[in-house]
Ligand binder design. Structure first.
Ligand SMILES: [Zn+2]
Length: 77
């Protein structure tokens, strides 16, 4: 799995919306890839913050899109 695929799966991972095999693959990737691990932490923070604001279980699509956008900029540097 490459980083692009991981990024696409992270929101599902945080929402507990992927199967165990995928979860395993992601966790293995996070152990090896500092970039994706720091992205995971960024998303965790952003998502828990927006959850508190919205008192909702699911993360609004706009929040996820915003994080992706920030990530894309960071990856380009
Ligand atoms: Zn990665």
């Amino acid at each position: 799995m490459n980083c692009e695929e991981i990024i696409r799966l992270i929101s599902g991972y945080l929402d507990d919306d992927i199967d165990d095999l995928m979860r395993d693959m992601l966790e293995r990737h996070f152990e090896e890839c500092e970039r994706c691990l720091s992205l995971l932490h960024t998303m965790e923070k952003t998502i828990s913050f927006s959850r508190e604001l919205n008192k909702r279980k699911k993360v609004p699509e706009t929040v996820i899109r915003k994080v992706y956008w920030e990530v894309r900029i960071r990856y380009k540097k």
